[in-house]
Design a protein. Structure first.
Ligand SMILES: Nc1ncnc2c1ncn2[C@@H]1O[C@H](COP(=O)(O)OP(=O)(O)O)[C@@H](O)[C@H]1O
Ligand SMILES: [Mg+2]
Length: 311
């Protein structure tokens, strides 16, 4: 029986499982007869003394069938490289990892996301990323002289933290404030009287939930006080979100899309470890259930299991 087999499966969830998302995902796994092994990535590493070459507490010499990445902890460049190394290694060993480390890297670094969006031919605002302050000033002067404004974002930013609207050169952050990287993006003035954008949640090639976020300021993250409103995404939005997710190689993602005054849509970013508590409040589908179902379908697909078991 499918559920019988599923309950034998070792599924790792990287995170501490104590946050809302961790608890919601754990419940969804349990509905499928699986109790995920909750392990923070900073408890994992490598060892030549295990059969797998990896150290994942609770697994010993076994490999999991799947690994769901809820959260990659911060730390030194070396520490984060080690955590991502563990995720890369799991993929190399044939384990289903959601999201894959390559997708996480492409999404955490906003400049790489921009690169992939542009390469896929997707509309995204004009963007520049450089370490040189003088060059950042030159770019800003050029855009300001055209009558535009810029948004400065931390390269690894999330939840609307650390964003700045650049209306004059004096607004540019000091190098220390941005860890030495100037990520500058043309500001898209609001199409409506108020500030809003869309968040679409993509899972395995489908948009499973969508909302409009009405901002109390131009930064429309839920964490910054924006109000979520349920939305039925147009075909154009759906297509952009699906293409944005697939161009970075993500199996699921939260995609932010904004509309300019001329009606044109722009993909702002792709989140490989999105929050969905705000979206869940205005959605009928149980997002964690849909996500876990799709993940388990991929991780426990018969071809994969046979391959791993050497059957
Ligand atoms: N180029 C832009 N033009 C207008 N508003 C923007 C622009 N970039 C970001 N914003 C606003 O700021 C929010 C956060 O930006 P985003 O790139 O999604 O970073 P974060 O990772 O912090 O969510 C967006 O949801 C949007 O409301
Ligand atoms: Mg965002």
């Amino acid at each position: 029986m499918g559920t019988q087999r599923a309950s034998d499966a070792a599924i790792v969830m990287f995170g501490d499982g104590r946050d809302w998302h961790g608890r919601s995902l754990t419940r969804a796994f349990k509905r499928r007869g699986i109790t995920p092994l909750l392990v923070p990535l900073n408890a994992c590493g490598f060892s030549t003394e295990t059969a797998t070459g990896l150290v994942i507490p609770g697994l010993g010499d076994r490999l999991p069938e799947g690994a769901f990445v809820r959260f990659v902890p911060g730390g030194s460049f070396e520490a984060v490289t080690l955590y991502l190394g563990v995720l890369h290694a799991l993929r190399e060993l044939g384990v289903t990892v959601w999201n894959d480390a390559r997708a996480i890297e492409r999404c955490v670094d906003k400049s790489t996301t921009t690169f992939f969006l542009q390469r896929a031919g997707l509309p995204t605002p004009r963007t520049f990323a450089k370490v040189d302050r003088a060059e950042a000033e030159a770019i800003a002067s050029r855009v300001l002289a055209e009558g535009g404004k810029l948004v400065q974002k931390p390269l690894f930013g999330a939840q609307g933290k650390g964003l700045r609207l650049i209306s004059s050169l004096a607004d540019l952050a000091s190098p220390e404030e941005v860890n030495g990287v100037y990520y500058l993006q043309e500001f898209i003035p609001p199409a409506q009287a108020h500030h809003q954008d869309w968040r679409l949640f993509v899972c395995r090639g489908r948009v499973i939930a969508a909302m409009i976020r009405h901002g109390s300021s131009w930064i429309t993250n839920i964490k910054q006080g924006a109000r979520a409103k349920a939305a039925i995404a147009s075909q154009e939005l759906v297509e952009l979100a699906l293409r944005a997710t697939s161009c970075v190689g993500a199996d699921y993602a939260g995609v932010d899309i904004i509309q300019g005054r001329d009606g044109r849509l722009f993909v702002l970013e792709v989140n490989s470890m999105p929050a969905w508590n705000g979206l869940q409040r205005v959605s009928r589908v149980r997002i964690s259930d849909r996500l876990v179902d799709a993940f388990l379908d991929a991780a426990l697909a018969p071809s994969r299991r046979e391959g791993q078991e050497g059957a």
